[in-house]
Design a protein around this ligand. Structure first.
Ligand code: SAH
Ligand code: SF4
Length: 373
């Protein structure tokens, strides 16, 4: 997606930004609202077809602006209806990179799982995206552009409603490490003139960037999911390295603050089930003790394998037993259904095509630089 040098890409601009943009050539603020409706609600990218805009305004727009979306390089559908798009992005070093967006159909709702970065620098030990390293942050246009494209590709249901009812920031990347671009994209998802999704239908998943959780509590009201994966710091330090900087107690304090500040219902804690690593009964009891009495839900994710990993998925019995122990321990827990794994579209399998910029050559060795948010 390369916007031309002279023209500004309107995709990704929030309502106030768009008002300022059109205001600069004398247009009233309501023009920005009309534009938002055309771009997001109707999925239009051609100003000439925005028929209720005055002709001279359309001409001004055509000269100064454009709506540029990422390019689809592949489109695959899994046996369960899960659909994955590969999108081409220009890379930080001029190279071409590919990111992934996944659509998951379920009875009564359609969820779009979007990416926030090309790769991820946080290096969680069980994640395919982390294993690929990091290239760059996505822009706000590239983030909201995934929703735009999926809406265009999926069309409308027989009642004329949009197919996508929920958006989760659970694709490639750590959304809170790209706060500056993720925030406007989420605002557009919830803007009345944008996608008009309710705050419960936009979910941000983070591995635990504590300062940014506090910042989010001031700026935006979305559902929060936190990747916990371990009931104590010893194990979490190993699985989710950012824990060494922001340990569990600090992370949980940020979560409860977020709920209070945003008047939210609960925080969802994601817990990937790794055979023999974090799936033992005493670990379930420890986890229940940690979260009991709080507005917390646990979502157990069966581990999805990828080439090069040594982890294995916990057995269905171990997962069931773990869930039962959590529930007995007083915490709500569900097991996430694995979707789209035959096209590598399941949680943690998204790899795209990432040229790792954090690898440096030290003598004859390639070493990964620790890039921490
Ligand atoms: N970076 C964010 C969001 C993307 S990952 C985060 O970490 O929360 C979305 C979820 O998938 C996270 O809970 C992540 O821990 C989990 N996940 C990563 N790798 C996985 C794997 N191989 N199998 C199952 N879940 C995985
Ligand atoms: Fe990054 Fe999330 Fe994967 Fe960790 S689990 S490496 S934070 S994408």
């Amino acid at each position: 997606m390369t916007a031309s040098a002279e023209r500004t890409n309107l995709l990704g601009m929030t309502r106030p930004e768009l008002e300022a943009f059109v205001g600069a050539f004398g247009a009233k603020p309501y023009r920005a609202r009309q534009l938002l409706k055309w771009i997001y609600r109707r999925g239009e990218s051609d100003f000439a077809r925005m028929t209720d805009l005055a002709k001279d305004f359309r001409a001004e727009l055509a000269a100064r602006a454009e709506v540029t979306v990422p390019e689809i390089v592949a489109d695959r559908i899994a046996s369960d209806g899960t659909r994955k798009w590969l999108l081409r992005m220009p890379g930080a070093t001029g190279s071409e990179q590919v990111i992934e967006t996944v659509y998951i159909p379920e009875p009564g709702r359609g969820t779009l799982c979007i990416s926030s970065q090309i790769g991820c620098a946080l290096d969680c030990s069980f994640c395919a995206t982390g294993a690929q390293g990091f290239n760059r942050n996505l822009t706000a246009a590239e983030i909201i552009g995934q929703v735009w494209l999926a809406n265009r590709e999926l069309g409308r249901d027989p009642d004329g409603e949009r197919i996508i009812t929920n958006v989760v920031l659970m694709g490639m990347g750590e959304p809170l490490a790209n706060y500056r671009n993720v925030l406007p994209a989420m605002q557009l998802m919830m803007d009345d003139f944008g996608y008009d999704l309710s705050r419960r239908r936009v979910t941000l998943s983070t591995s635990g960037l504590v300062p940014q959780i506090y910042r989010l509590a001031e700026d935006c009201n979305v559902a929060l999911a936190v990747s916990l994966h371990a009931p104590n710091d010893r194990l979490r330090d190993e699985l989710v390295p950012i824990n060494r900087k922001h340990p569990i107690a600090e992370l949980l304090a940020a979560c409860w603050h977020y709920l209070e500040r945003q008047n939210g219902r609960s925080v969802t804690f994601e817990y990937t089930m790794l055979d023999g690593v974090n799936d033992r009964p005493e670990q379930a009891r420890e986890l229940a003790r940690l979260l009991r009495g709080h507005d917390a839900k646990i979502n157990l994710i069966p581990f999805n394998t990828f080439p090069g990993t040594e982890y294995r998925r916990s057995s269905p019995e171990a997962i069931r037993r773990f869930r039962d122990l959590l529930v007995q321990g007083g915490v709500m827990a569900t097991v996430r259904r694995t979707r789209g794994d035959d096209i590598d579209a399941a949680c943690g399998q998204l790899r795209g095509q990432v040229m790792d910029r954090t690898l440096v050559r030290l003598g004859s060795k390639l070493v990964r630089l620790a890039v921490r948010a």
